[in-house]
Design a binder for this molecule. Structure first.
Ligand SMILES: Cc1cc2nc3c(=O)[nH]c(=O)nc-3n(C[C@H](O)[C@H](O)[C@H](O)COP(=O)(O)O)c2cc1C
Length: 325
């Protein structure tokens, strides 16, 4: 399988397929299975900023909403900071593949001190899962974007391990944003996170859960943006997330410029062992196309390497509007 080797975040990975942050990695036994099945690395489930602030006492001093404290305490009871650090250490002992820790954050507050403990526990890299839902008309787009930059700058000043930033697609100018994240110290950008979205039951007149899993045609947005960013930003690595349900989607995303491709929903639906088959299918395709390494086809179809890059900039179904009835 050495033809699948790739460097991501300064780490040597045996495969570009990595397990994205999700609950499956809460178990060391499952992390072992991920390694055995051929995952290049594992991103652990996110620790939450609120959880860190609560446990380090910050929230108790600064929280104006006692009910929020109860909520966070209950929500995070099973996943204390000590448990998280212990889990990193146990995972590192159990497998050789890189273990990437993850923190979900919305501010550059005191939680950043804690990031150092994650590094000390042995995490090979840190993925910052940043998603700010603006809820105030006083908070401008510029303010929101600056918070992302402040977080990355602050974390980078504390840590020596590489940092990936996992974001959503909801930016007015993603190219400008990624360029700023890179300048602030991000080593990679993960495109895109997928979120809980509220839904409404029209019979019960109540809220209900939307589907937490992606489907197999959800990867195109990441493909467009990775393809475009690869030609338009300074050198930074991209990791694709959302909608990768087979080897073909992974190959397409690497062709667009992704260094790694992350998997979550497909592993919940069909099992962790599928990674092995995906790796084999990528190798079979490489053989057919005469590629010796992943690097030799990475970005081959990105904005900077194709004859008609304008395809990445096209968004309207112009042709179809005139022919579809
Ligand atoms: C059950 C579940 C839990 C998740 N937890 C996290 C998390 O803690 N942190 C995070 O950054 N992403 C989390 N995600 C998002 C995934 O890492 C991934 O970005 C998203 O599911 C899209 O990829 P997919 O189409 O392969 O599922 C979670 C996804 C699922 C399904």
């Amino acid at each position: 399988m050495s033809k699948l080797k790739i460097n991501y975040l300064g780490l040597s990975l045996e495969s570009p397929l990595i397990v994205s942050s999700n609950g499956l990695s809460n178990s060391v036994e499952k992390i072992k299975l991920m390694e055995k099945s051929g995952a290049g690395a594992v991103v652990l489930k996110s620790l939450f900023e609120e959880q860190i602030l609560l446990e380090t006492g910050y929230l108790l001093k600064h929280n104006d909403y006692p009910e929020a404290e109860d909520y966070i305490r209950n929500y995070t009871r099973s996943n204390t900071l000590d448990n998280y650090l212990k889990h990193i250490k146990e995972a590192k002992q159990a497998v050789k593949i890189p273990i990437i820790a993850s923190i979900n954050c919305v501010s550059a507050d005191d939680w950043i001190e804690f990031a150092e403990s994650i590094q000390e526990a042995g995490a090979d890299a840190l993925e910052l899962n940043i998603h700010i839902i603006p809820t105030s008309k006083e908070y401008s787009s510029k303010d929101v974007e600056q918070t992302y930059i402040d977080i990355v700058t602050a974390v980078k000043s504390k840590l020596s391990i590489p940092i990936a930033v996992k974001i959503s697609s909801q930016f007015t100018n993603l190219i400008y944003m990624v360029e700023r994240l890179k300048a602030a110290g991000a080593d990679a950008v993960v495109l895109f996170n997928r979120f809980f979205e509220p839904d409404i039951d029209i019979e019960k007149m109540d809220f209900m859960n939307s589907n937490i899993f992606s489907s197999a045609d959800d990867y195109n947005q990441a493909l467009r943006w990775i393809g475009m960013l690869d030609g338009k930003t300074s050198k930074i690595e991209f990791s694709a997330s959302t909608g990768v349900h087979d080897a073909e989607a992974a190959i397409r995303l690497i062709l667009a410029g992704a260094t790694t491709v992350q998997l979550a929903s497909v592993l919940y639906n069909g099992g962790i062992e599928q990674i092995k088959g995906f790796n084999t299918a990528i190798l079979t395709w490489m053989e057919k196309m005469n590629y010796e390494t992943v690097d030799s086809f990475k970005g081959k179809m990105s904005y900077k390497n194709v004859k008609s890059p304008a395809i990445y900039e096209r968004a309207q179904f112009m042709k179809y509007f005139s022919s579809l009835e």
